[in-house]
Every structure is written in structure tokens, then in C-alpha cells.
Write a protein that binds this ligand. Structure first.
Ligand code: AMP
Ligand code: MG
Length: 469
């Protein structure tokens, strides 16, 4: 296998990482390879037996500079001074055929100095969950890390549920720089390293940014749009800790995440999120909170502190409106409106209130809107008809509302019960449900698979997703 590495992170100061190879496993075996992504990255996969050696971490490919990255972070609001890649190894970077630099990282590849007592491993369930959901997210047009490969290790690992088959995910990201990467240097008072990191992030992601304040503005803008996009597909991230907030503005770290079935703004999926900090409807607030932490870290390097604090505060205070604007744009498209006005927000809110009251299916209700049977998604049909009359009057002036809606409302999202079923099948060696999901989710706006589009039957409902990854 050939990977055309072009590494930059490994050239940063020693304080940024620990150079380290993945830990070899017993019996590498490929589970899945993403041929399209490999093509984009200019990677020749070649023989699958040999590829499995690389993707399971047994062979370090030529040109790689393997390392574990250092970072810190706020987890559920609590400061943790040191996290870091506890079970991931960055192999290096590749310049894609599109000219974009991307990290190639193994996740589940063995312990590192940042493992904090963890085993450094991942089991097949979360690996395939991240594979399917991140690729689905990409197909939905939402910025995200991607999945290049998944390999079985041939080793059992222990989780709450007992012995589970081990696996390694090969994750591809525009970078793995997080808010927590800035926090670790700021907190330790390593100002030179903080400046180096700031310059690196600007050069790599936002060359127009000019300096720390410009970087803050750029990351806020990227995060604002990202969170609005999540909301628009009913996505709940589940662990919006600052170590899981990407500087590049990608969705990263698919742990206890889920797409909602029945709409509920207060919906929480993560089994450990008892206070609902990362509930669906609280995601905009948390994005702002995370950006405030980034601002705090970036400020440590500023010369004229008072002026800088004032400017950064303004940037953070502007963010709720920034998210609201992005939210309005994305949700207006979902009801067929291309040029959103202030009054349209009332219309969108009105529909969401109906959906909330009825527990209507988020994906299917929006998808059904342009059709004859939209009202069938609702139990209170009189209320829907009243809303619909106002809505029809509004979209009468839109050039092609149905086309707008069909491009904004996916027919398919990776529903949690389907993911669970896929994982159970994969554990017993059957990858057919995985292949079926991957194929259907590659074209989420046109896919026709009524069975995959169906909300869970009561017996299929997955009440929570677990962090035991
Ligand atoms: P996450 O919740 O996946 O974002 O992980 C938070 C932190 O815990 C990161 O520093 C991870 O590297 C670390 N971590 C998670 N699972 C493991 C594990 N099985 N072994 C070692 N470190 C882990
Ligand atoms: Mg993480």
C-alpha cells in the first residue's frame, strides 16, 4: 500500500506530541475500506491483507511519522488539565487531489502516555458507528471527519458489556486541532507554544485570519454554521467537550451521538449526560461556551490585554446571532424558503412546536412536506392544516419550493436502531447490514429504501447511546 505522506505536525515542537508507533495486534483483518476517499487522498490500497497490517497498526507505512497529540479540555464543563490521544496515533498528513491537507489517524491503536489508565483500544461497535455516521454526515454535506478504513484486531477487549471484538478506525480529518489543544498551552503558561500553535492553525485552516483575533472569528463562524447544520438534520453530538470541538469546524468524535427520530428539543442521548448539558436544543449554547474557552486560551498571548479582552468578548457575544442566522437559513430551506425574512422564523417555530407536541418524526415530517400526505405525519391534523395554510401562502412566491425542500430534507439518516442492528450483525460476522446502510446513506437526498427510512418500532427504540467506547 502506498500513502503519499506530507507531514507538518511532526515538525512542530516536542511539547506538542509524543512520537510513538501503534501497538501491534494479533490478527489484523479488514472490515471496510473507503475506496472513494482513498482515491481523493491519492492512496493506493492494493492488497487487502497487507492493507489490514497498516490499518490495524502492525505496519507503519513508509513516510509516516507516528505520534500521539497532546491536548486538554473541559469535559461536561469540568476542566481536565491533560487529555491527549489516549488511544489514537496520527500517522501523518496527505495532500488530497483537491489540494486539501488531511490527517490520517488510527483510533483504537493501543495505549499512549495520555491513556490515563484506559486500554488504548476501541471495540467494533463504536468503530463501525463512527464509520457509518461520519460518512453519512459527509454525504449530507455537513463538515466532518471521515472514515478511510476499519480493521479488526483479532483481540478481545473488555467493556461493561463483557469481552468485545477489538477494532481500529482510520480517521481522516482536516486536522485534529481542538479547542483543547490551545487550552493545554494557555493553561500551562507555554506562551511560545501557544503562539506557534496559533500560527500553525492560521496557516493550515484560515490563511486570511491574520492573527489570534481573526482566528477566533473564523472558528466561531465555522462552528456557528456547523451547529446550525447539525440542528437542521436532527443531530445530537452528545459529547461537545472542548477537546471534541474542532478548530477546522468539522464534526469530530462520534461517541454517544444520534439522529433524533421523534422530535424533542430537550432530547439527550448520551447515557452519562444526566443534566442534559448536550441536549439537542442546548447545542447552540454549548458551541458559544466552547468558543468562549477558545477565546480565553487565545487571549493569553495578546499584548494589549484590555483591548483584546473587549474585542474577544464582542466576538463571543455576536455568536448566538450568528448561529441563529445560520439556523434560519438552513431551516427556511427545509420548508422551501430561499430568501429568509424575520417573519419566517415564526413559521419555522410553529412547525417545530407542532412536531414537538406530536412527537412527529423529525426526518420524515420534513421530507413529507412537499407531498400530498404531509399531514399524515402529525396527530393533530387540524393544527397542521392551520399551519399549512399560512405556509402555503408564504411559499407561493418561491420559485421552486419543492426542489428547495428536497435538497434540504434528507430521505434517509442513519437511525440509531439501524446502527445497533448493524453492529450486532457485524459482531456475529455479518457485514450485510453495514454494506446496505453505507450504500443507501451515500445518497441521502434521493435514496429510496422505505425500510431504512422507517422510524423504529417500539421494540427497536434505542433509548440511549453509551460512552463505553
Ligand atoms: P472521547 O470521550 O472519546 O473524546 O475521549 C476523551 C479522552 O479519553 C481522550 O483523551 C481519549 O484519548 C481518552 N480515551 C477514551 N477512550 C480511551 C481508551 N479506551 N483508552 C485510553 N484513552 C481513552
Ligand atoms: Mg475526543
Amino acid at each position: 500500500m502506498h500513502i503519499p505522506f506530507d507531514n507538518s505536525y511532526a515538525a512542530l515542537p516536542d511539547a506538542f506530541y509524543t512520537a510513538l508507533s501503534p501497538t501491534a495486534v494479533k490478527a489484523p483483518q479488514m472490515l471496510a475500506v473507503n475506496a472513494d476517499l482513498a482515491q481523493l487522498l491519492g492512496i493506493e490500497i492494493g492488497d487487502l491483507t497487507q492493507a489490514a497490517q497498516v490499518f490495524a497498526g502492525n505496519v507503519v507505512p513508509d513516510g509516516a511519522a507516528p505520534l500521539a497529540q497532546l491536548y486538554a479540555g473541559h469535559q461536561f464543563g469540568n476542566w481536565n488539565p491533560q487529555l491527549g490521544d489516549g488511544r489514537a496515533i496520527l500517522l501523518g498528513e496527505v495532500l488530497g487531489r483537491d489540494g486539501i491537507r488531511r490527517d490520517i489517524q488510527l483510533k483504537g491503536s493501543g495505549p499512549t502516555p495520555y491513556s490515563r489508565g484506559g486500554d488504548g483500544r476501541a471495540w467494533l461497535g463504536p468503530v463501525l458507528r463512527e464509520y457509518v455516521v461520519s460518512e453519512a454526515m459527509h454525504a449530507l454535506g455537513i463538515p466532518t471527519t471521515r472514515a478511510l478504513a476499519a480493521a479488526k484486531t483479532g483481540e478481545a477487549i473488555w467493556r461493561d458489556t463483557g469481552a468485545m471484538p477489538g477494532a481500529v478506525l482510520t480517521r481522516v480529518a482536516r486536522s485534529h486541532l481542538r479547542v483543547g489543544t490551545f487550552q493545554v498551552f494557555a493553561h500551562r503558561g507555554q506562551i511560545e507554544d501557544l503562539k506557534t500553535l496559533t500560527a500553525y492553525a492560521i496557516q493550515r485552516h484560515y490563511p486570511q485570519a491574520g492573527g489570534p483575533m481573526g482566528l477566533l472569528r473564523a472558528v466561531c463562524a465555522a462552528q456557528a454554521d456547523l451547529i446550525a447544520r447539525w440542528m437542521s438534520v436532527g443531530f445530537i453530538h452528545g459529547v461537545m467537550n472542548t477537546d471534541n470541538a474542532s478548530i477546522a469546524g468539522e464534526t469530530i468524535d462520534y461517541g454517544p451521538c444520534a439522529f433524533m427520530d421523534a422530535f424533542d428539543a430537550g432530547r439527550v442521548f448520551s447515557s452519562i449526560d444526566r443534566q442534559g448539558r448536550y441536549a439537542y436544543g442546548n447545542q447552540p449554547n454549548i458551541a458559544v461556551w466552547n468558543m468562549a474557552q477558545l477565546a480565553t486560551a487565545l487571549l493569553q498571548q495578546m499584548e494589549n490585554k484590555d483591548a483584546a479582552v473587549k474585542e474577544a468578548t464582542d466576538v463571543i457575544h455576536a455568536m448566538p446571532d450568528q448561529i441563529a442566522t445560520a439556523w434560519q437559513k438552513h431551516f427556511a430551506a427545509k420548508i422551501g424558503i430561499t430568501h429568509v425574512t424575520a417573519r419566517d422564523t415564526t413559521l419555522i417555530d410553529g412547525l417545530l412546536e407542532l412536531m414537538q407536541a406530536d412527537g412527529a418524526d423529525f426526518t420524515n415530517s420534513f421530507r413529507a412536506l412537499p407531498g400530498e400526505n404531509a399531514r399524515d405525519q402529525f396527530t393533530d391534523r387540524t393544527a397542521f392544516d392551520a399551519w399549512s395554510a399560512r405556509w402555503q401562502a408564504r411559499i407561493a412566491s418561491e420559485p421552486d419550493p419543492a426542489a428547495t425542500m428536497n435538497a434540504a430534507n434528507p430521505a434517509l439518516v442513519p437511525r440509531n436502531h439501524r446502527i445497533e442492528q448493524m453492529i450486532q450483525a457485524a459482531v456475529s460476522g455479518d457485514m450485510t447490514p453495514f454494506d446496505r446502510l453505507m450504500q443507501a446513506l451515500a445518497t441521502p437526498f434521493t435514496a429510496k429504501d422505505p425500510d431504512l427510512a422507517r422510524p423504529p418500532a417500539p421494540s427497536e427504540i434505542v433509548p440511549a447511546t453509551f460512552c463505553g467506547t
